[in-house]
Design a protein around this ligand. Structure first.
Ligand SMILES: Nc1ncnc2c1ncn2[C@@H]1O[C@H](COP(=O)(O)OP(=O)(O)O)[C@@H](O)[C@H]1O
Ligand SMILES: [Mg+2]
Length: 293
């Protein structure tokens, strides 16, 4: 019997990633996987008659998928799948931690992974005068992506403006890393490092590629491999991007982990078939029953 999987996206994200989705569907065919592309808004889930339930187009599932590739951020749904014994990539644990910058820093602290001091607060707290670090510093919302919710603050006027913009959002505060406009993304599949991309932007302190940055391939040295592997050991990853800033001596400072990682820069800088490798990885996990639920 063919392995059956779901590839789940939210509508806006799916429009922007049509080529990537088609790539998944093509590679799945090659690997004899029946992969269905499903928009999250066709799905309802919860409890019915005291049992966990997933509805597709308002009807209970006749057949559950053998696995789900979750390319939408909704850790509660990842958890529902896992509780219903449907392996989900990435796992609920990865999704719940990594889509929250405060939780990620909290989880990885004390594990020998260099990172900036990071304070967890709310935008409203900013104006109480209780600031745990001096200007200049960086404010980010806990759940922001793509650099849109990341701000550098140099004085009280800027702080007030950002407070107004963020109203009562949950945020983190960090000092400024020395290497502005430059960061490193390391692509990881399971326990394996598949590639690394140095991203830079001359015009902004934010190196996000989607904000108009540059990307080039990067080879990790021994010390960098050690740091990345320490992070890998703390999770059971499917496919993620682990992002780093650089300290003044050029060493890595952990920044964040992308659960629903975009692969554009990896594709631009290498000929790695990341989609094929991801599907093969999933098949292997299912075959060995290794995927812990
Ligand atoms: N503390 C910091 N110091 C200097 N630059 C930073 C700092 N935090 C983030 N940046 C820059 O801003 C970019 C976006 O921040 P990031 O934490 O990755 O948020 P997002 O999830 O929106 O990508 C990073 O890629 C990096 O270039
Ligand atoms: Mg980022």
């Amino acid at each position: 019997m063919k392995t059956k999987g779901w590839l789940i996206y939210e509508e806006e994200h799916a429009k922007k990633n049509k080529a990537f989705i088609d790539w998944f569907l093509d590679e799945a065919k090659e690997l004899h996987i029946k992969l269905d592309f499903i928009l999250q808004d066709r799905i309802s889930f919860g409890v019915q008659n005291n049992e966990l339930v997933i509805l597709l187009d308002e009807a209970p599932l006749i057949e559950t998928p053998d696995f789900v590739i979750m390319r939408n951020i909704d850790p509660l749904f990842n958890e529902q799948l896992e509780r219903m014994k449907i392996p989900c990539f990435n796992s609920h644990h990865v999704s719940a931690i990594c889509n929250d910058k405060a939780k990620t820093h909290q989880y990885l602290a004390g594990k020998g992974i260099p990172m900036l001091d990071t304070y967890f607060t709310t935008a409203d707290e900013l104006l109480t005068g209780n600031l745990p670090l001096p200007f200049p510093f960086v404010i980010k919302t806990r759940t922001g992506r793509g650099g849109g919710d990341v701000f550098m603050v140099e004085n009280t006027e800027q702080l007030e403006a950002i407070h107004d913009q963020l109203s009562n959002r949950f945020i983190i505060l960090q000092p400024l890393a020395r290497s502005l406009g430059k960061d490193l993304r390391v692509y990881v599949l399971g326990e394996e490092i598949v590639g690394a991309v140095l991203r830079s932007n001359q015009k902004s302190f934010k190196a996000n590629y989607t904000l108009g940055g540059q990307a080039e391939t990067y080879v990790l040295n021994e010390a960098e491999l050690t740091v990345v592997n320490k992070i890998i050991q703390q999770f059971e990853f499917g496919l993620v991007g682990i992002d780093f800033l650089f300290d003044e001596d050029g060493s890595l400072l952990f920044n964040e982990i992308e659960d629903v990682v975009g692969c554009r820069t990896l594709c631009l800088t290498s000929d790695i078939n990341i989609v094929k490798r991801y599907l093969e990885f999933i098949l292997q996990k299912l075959a060995t029953g290794e995927k812990s639920i």
